[in-house]
Design a protein around this ligand. Structure first.
Ligand code: DAH
Length: 350
């Protein structure tokens, strides 16, 4: 038996020497420790032995099994270590290389405009309020003095959901809401930036665009207050040298109504293709809140007066960033958005 064991040990030593991979090691395990392996074979004639001899052989074979297992485990550990070393050598990190730039997103030009508008009006004591994009016909039109069948509806081609609900065509709907919701009928000073929807689709009109609505209701509010507010607003958005011009106009929810033009910031008013040689660009609709609108909102027009205004946000973004097509603002093409790098913000015309 001893001879058998010695020759097996010798064979094992040789096998270990000739084993160079995990795969070969796996074969070696089967050869020695498998069900029909050499270590198991040592006890194959157990049945023919006496109890004493069996005990002896059992002990011996267990010792051998432990020894063989240890040797093979050592070999396995050695291979693992070698593999790790190889990997580490391959994966060396050169800490002297410049690090990879982290790609940061940037604020959408539309949101930059909204934030500027909000900053300005909050500094003047206005609240920023929100309203739903899915709106009732009542809030979007009727409470703004545009009853069913009124011709002013034609100018706002609309997405109706049913006869009662539509995607709002103007943020003016939030005027109606704010007046109704203000149960105590206290003064109102609010702006509402948001999205509106109309059936439009060309370079200067998109089916979706942004507006900001403003509403002030108080006692003794006058057109002069409106004028002063909008003049300051135009200067904040388009530059200190901006001039403002008011023209009479018509909106069903204001009386009198005005259209507001700003001096062309590109040519300074001399005339250029942007302002169609007129020196002026139309940016805003406004006026004194119509008595009917006040009444429907629960405000007595003999006591309260107010002004309102509404302006497109996209045009400001298009002016400021020279964006040629309004639809770029809504298609979210990464090649467009990437151009609004954060560091540009410091250089913006404000
Ligand atoms: N809602 C109007 C539009 O979409 C803009 C507007 C004009 C809003 C006059 C006003 C206003 O609040 O007083 O064309």
């Amino acid at each position: 038996m001893n001879e058998k064991i010695n020759s097996m040990k010798e064979e094992l030593a040789k096998d270990i020497e000739n084993t160079h991979s995990m795969k070969e090691l796996a074969d070696l395990k089967v050869k020695y420790l498998g069900k029909k392996g050499l270590v198991t074979e040592l006890t194959s004639n157990m049945k023919e032995l006496s109890i004493e001899e069996r005990k002896e052989l059992g002990k011996l074979s267990n010792e051998i099994r432990t020894q063989v297992t240890d040797s093979l485990n050592q070999l396995e550990a050695k291979f693992q270590e070698e593999e790790l070393q190889k990997k580490l050598e391959k994966d060396t990190i050169d800490i002297s290389l410049p690090s990879e730039k982290i790609k940061r997103g940037s604020r959408h030009p539309f949101n930059r405009i909204i934030e500027d508008v909000e900053d300005f009006f909050v500094s003047m004591g206005y609240d920023v309020v929100d309203g739903p994009e899915l709106e009732t016909d009542e809030n979007c039109f009727q409470r703004l003095n545009v009853p069913l069948g009124h011709p002013a509806r034609d100018a706002q081609d609309t997405f109706y959901i049913d006869t009662e609900y539509l995607l709002r065509t103007q943020t003016s709907s939030v005027q109606a809401r704010t007046m109704q919701e203000n149960q105590d009928k206290t003064p109102i000073r609010m702006i509402c930036p948001g999205k509106v929807y109309r059936r439009d689709d060309d370079a200067t009109h998109s089916h979706q665009f942004g507006q900001v609505e403003g509403l002030v209701i108080d006692k003794n509010v006058s057109l002069a207050d409106l004028k002063g507010t909008l003049e300051l607003f135009a200067k904040k958005m388009l530059g200190e040298n901006t001039k403002v011009r008011f023209r009479p106009s018509f909106f069903p929810f204001t009386e009198p109504s005005v259209e507001v033009d700003v001096s062309c910031f590109k040519c300074g008013g001399k005339g250029c293709p942007l302002c169609k040689q007129t020196g002026w660009i139309e940016v805003l609709g406004a006026g004194m809140v119509h008595p009917n609108v006040l009444r429907m909102g629960g405000y007595d027009p003999d006591i309260w007066t107010g002004f309102a205004f509404g302006t497109g946000l996209d045009r400001f973004a298009m002016f400021r960033y020279a964006i040629p097509d309004i639809r770029y603002l809504y298609t979210n093409d990464i090649r467009f958005l990437e151009q609004f790098d954060r560091k540009d913000e410091e250089n913006e015309i404000k």
